[in-house]
Structure formats: structure tokens, C-alpha cells
Design a protein around this ligand. Structure first.
Ligand SMILES: C[S@@+](CC[C@H](N)C(=O)[O-])C[C@H]1O[C@@H](n2cnc3c(N)ncnc32)[C@H](O)[C@@H]1O
Length: 424
């Protein structure tokens, strides 16, 4: 920042303008969590409350209902959640934007006057003029709640059901050998819990993610955690339906339940390769990176958890897994078939798209035209068709929620399909 309060300096965070716009929208979605949540969860509710007949809102404002006090409590919980969102914003800004900025901007007298890191980054973001899209604001909200499933003690039962079957399958396949040379890929790694667990179990683990929300949030927890329970999260507070009591609605949990750095340090004692050198994350569309020559026959195992239904065309995922696995390698999968693209507009792949060459559409990864929703049986047949032997297949033997308040009056339960397939 130069005199006069204006920002100067070269700014080129990412070469592709569209990508840059998207990244800035994601960063703004975390930065704006506090404001958006206060607006949507308490401001609009107060307005609606005061629109009730006055004798009604007066009644409900008094004990034992004290609805206005509950809204104030909700404001406090939003401020707690926002600390996590803003920590993610800072990590993202520090990783992607700050290195591209002229250092005189970050360390100028004006920046010093602004004070803390959050305010400095926030001021720069305002100057860049990109606002979060409604979709990115939604994704930031669900990403924050996802910490309940991946990184809270309270979410342990929810995640243990699925992660334990994957960890057991890989432990059975690679029982006692030094696992540091066993390369495992976790596509759609989300907030990185499985990547962390596999790494702690001794494997050389590579996570892969497409979403900046998940990439930056997982980087915060995996690389920048200072203490167990550093953040307080109220995962169910913003939604007003199906709570038995305010205590249920406002229940909080501490994030994270484990310090990843210290746990991996511990797991590295006596190991031939330190866990920090066995854990990595790639930012790419799974089909594009792992369907390519450069990753051919790289991994001994691929673990997909609540992932394959993100594919518009699941054949691309099967091809990519086959490409990156070594001969005899294992594909362990657990998840439902909530086809994520099902809401995407029908008719993609029609006329305009067809003019693209096959090579162009293949490079588009999940962006290529066309989609299909298969059943569990059809998916398994497809996996066999592409040269895998399905050694185990169970559906309905496990039940689990996904960021589910166990005390809610509405329970959504998944009965995921679990299978193990070996590349011939
Ligand atoms: C339903 S979430 C599951 C996350 C995690 N595996 C879990 O069990 O909590 C699916 C994840 O896959 C990611 N994803 C979707 N399509 C992808 C693709 N083509 N390449 C890489 N990641 C993708 C999404 O960003 C999201 O984080």
C-alpha cells in the first residue's frame, strides 16, 4: 500500500482469469461466512419474529420460550463458527494470493495500521472486487459443518463406520510389511481425515481434491493446527427444524479431536520414512490427472469413500482408477449412489457440445458432456467389465449418517455399498 491509502503493485495470483475469479469467490465465501450467517440465520429471523402479532411475539420473547435470547445465543455461536471460517480464509489467502502480491503491499505502513492479518487480507480482497457467488457461500457453510464429520470426537461414530472398513481392508492386504512404499490414492479426499488415518497407519498416501473449499480447509487442519480443540463448532445451530430442544440445536463440538502433526510425528517413531514425507495432496480433477499417462500404474491401492457418485460418467472414474493402479492393485470403495450430477441440466452433450473433439471433452474431466445414473449392481458389473475381479461386495450391512445430528427428529441414514476389487 502506498501513500493515499491506495493499493499498488503487480497482482497475478493465477494465470487463468476464470480460475482466479473462482478462487477469489471461494476465499470471499469463507471471509463472508460471519456476515452471511448473521444475516440469514438471525437478522431475517428477527424480522420475521417481529412481524408476528405483537401479543404473540411478546409471549414468545418471555420465559420459558425466550426466543430472542435464543437468537442472541445463535449470534454468539455464529461468531464461534466464523473463527474457523476466517482461519480457512487466511490459510487460503496466504497460500494462493499473498505470494503473488508485492511484499510492499503486505508490509506497508498502511497494512501495519490496519492491524491483524485478517483485516489486511480482507482489505486486499475488497480491492480486488470479487464477491462470493451464492453457490460458494453455500459450499463454505457445508464445508464448515463437514468438520463435525471429519474432525470432531462427536462425529467419530459417523466416520468410523466407513473409514474402519477401508482401513481394515488395506491392513489385511498389507499386513505387516513396511508400508512406506505402499502408495495409496484417496480421490475426493474432502477434509482429509482418511488421508491422515492412512498415513498414520504407515501408508504413503496421496489425497486428491477438485474443490478449493475442501483443499484449503483440509490444509488448515492438516498443516496449521495449533492445538486439539482449537475451534468450537456448532454444526446444527443454523438450521431451525427438527430440534427437540435448544440445547440440541446449539450443541457444540471441539475441532480438531486430534492434532494431526503430533499424531503423525508419533506414528513416525521407528518408521523408515517420516509420515510428513508420506502424505501429499493434489489439486485436480480426478479423471484428468489419474487418467493420464503420467500417473499410469502408480498406486498399489485406491480408496474411494462417498466419492464415485460425484461422477457424471462413472466410466471415466473406473478408467482412471484402472489407469493409476498397478496390476494386482486394490480398489476399496464405500459409499452411496446419490448421483451428484442428477440435478445438472439434462441435455448437456447435445448439439453445441458435440462439436468438441473427443480429446477436448476427455480433458474436460467431469466437465465433459453427458451423464448417467447407475444402480449398485450396474456399477459393480461395470467395474468387472473394465478388468477388475470383485472380491467382496456388501450393501446394507453398514448404516451411517452424513453430518447428521443424532438427536434430530429427522434422521437420514445411508446404507452404503462396500466393495473390494482387484485389477487383473
Ligand atoms: C461427498 S464428498 C466426500 C468427501 C470425503 N471422501 C468424505 O468421505 O467425507 C465428495 C468429494 O469429492 C470431491 N470431488 C468431486 N468430484 C471430483 C473430481 N472429479 N476430482 C476430485 N475430487 C472430486 C468433492 O469436492 C468432495 O470433496
Amino acid at each position: 500500500m502506498a501513500e493515499g491509502g491506495e493499493w499498488h503493485g503487480d497482482y497475478d495470483p493465477l494465470a487463468d482469469p476464470e480460475e482466479q475469479k473462482h478462487l477469489l469467490s471461494v476465499l470471499d465465501s469463507f471471509r463472508s461466512y460471519r456476515r452471511a450467517a448473521h444475516y440469514n440465520a438471525t437478522h431475517t429471523r428477527r424480522q420475521a419474529f417481529y412481524s408476528l402479532p405483537s401479543e404473540h411475539w411478546n409471549l414468545l420473547a418471555s420465559p420459558p420460550f425466550s426466543v430472542l435470547d435464543s437468537l442472541s445465543q445463535l449470534d454468539d455461536l455464529i461468531d464461534q463458527n466464523a473463527k474457523l471460517a476466517e482461519a480457512i480464509f487466511k490459510v487460503g489467502f496466504r497460500s494462493f494470493i499473498a505470494p503473488k502480491l508485492d511484499r510492499t503491499i503486505l508490509f506497508s505502513p498502511h497494512a501495519a495500521k490496519i492491524g491483524d492479518e485478517l483485516q489486511i487480507y480482507s482489505t486486499i480482497l475488497d480491492k480486488l472486487g470479487i464477491k462470493a457467488t451464492p453457490t460458494d457461500l453455500d459450499k463454505a457453510r457445508s464445508c464448515i459443518n463437514q468438520f463435525y464429520r471429519d474432525w470432531s470426537a462427536e462425529g467419530a461414530s459417523e466416520r468410523a463406520v466407513v473409514l474402519s472398513v477401508v482401513l481394515s481392508a488395506l491392513a489385511a492386504e498389507f499386513p505387516s510389511q513396511d508400508r512406506s512404499s505402499v502408495k495409496v490414492l484417496v480421490p475426493g479426499a474432502g477434509l482429509g481425515r482418511l488421508v491422515f488415518e492412512l498415513c498414520a497407519a504407515g501408508f504413503a498416501t496421496e489425497g486428491n481434491e477438485l474443490s478449493y473449499h475442501a483443499l484449503i480447509a483440509s490444509s488448515l487442519v492438516l498443516n496449521h493446527t495449533r492445538a486439539v480443540g482449537e475451534y468450537t463448532l456448532a454444526p446444527f445451530a443454523l438450521h431451525g427444524s427438527n430440534h427437540r430442544s435448544r440445547a440440541d440445536q446449539f450443541a457444540t463440538c471441539k475441532i480438531p479431536d486430534v492434532h494431526p502433526g503430533k499424531a503423525l510425528e508419533e506414528a513416525s517413531k521407528g518408521a523408515s520414512v517420516h509420515a510428513f514425507d508420506r502424505m501429499s495432496m493434489t489439486a485436480a480433477d480426478f479423471c484428468v490427472l489419474y487418467g493420464s499417462k503420467e500417473t499410469e500404474e502408480t498406486f498399489q491401492a485406491v480408496a474411494t469413500v462417498f466419492f464415485i457418485d460425484t461422477a457424471p460418467n462413472v466410466i471415466r472414474y473406473v478408467e482412471a482408477v484402472k489407469n493409476c493402479l498397478v496390476k494386482g492393485g486394490l480398489w476399496v470403495n464405500i459409499g452411496p449412489l446419490l448421483w451428484h450430477h442428477a440435478d445438472r441440466s439434462r441435455g448437456s452433450g447435445s448439439h453445441g457440445e458435440e462439436t468438441k473433439s473427443e480429446a477436448q471433452t476427455k480433458d474436460a474431466g467431469i466437465g465433459e458432456p453427458g451423464s448417467v445414473e447407475l444402480t449398485d449392481q450396474e456399477v459393480v458389473k461395470l467395474v468387472e467389465h473394465f478388468g477388475f475381479v470383485v472380491e467382496k461386495h456388501e450393501t446394507g450391512t453398514t448404516e451411517t449418517g452424513y453430518i447428521q445430528n443424532p438427536r434430530s427428529m429427522l434422521l437420514s441414514v445411508y446404507r452404503p455399498s462396500f466393495w473390494i476389487a482387484r485389477k487383473k
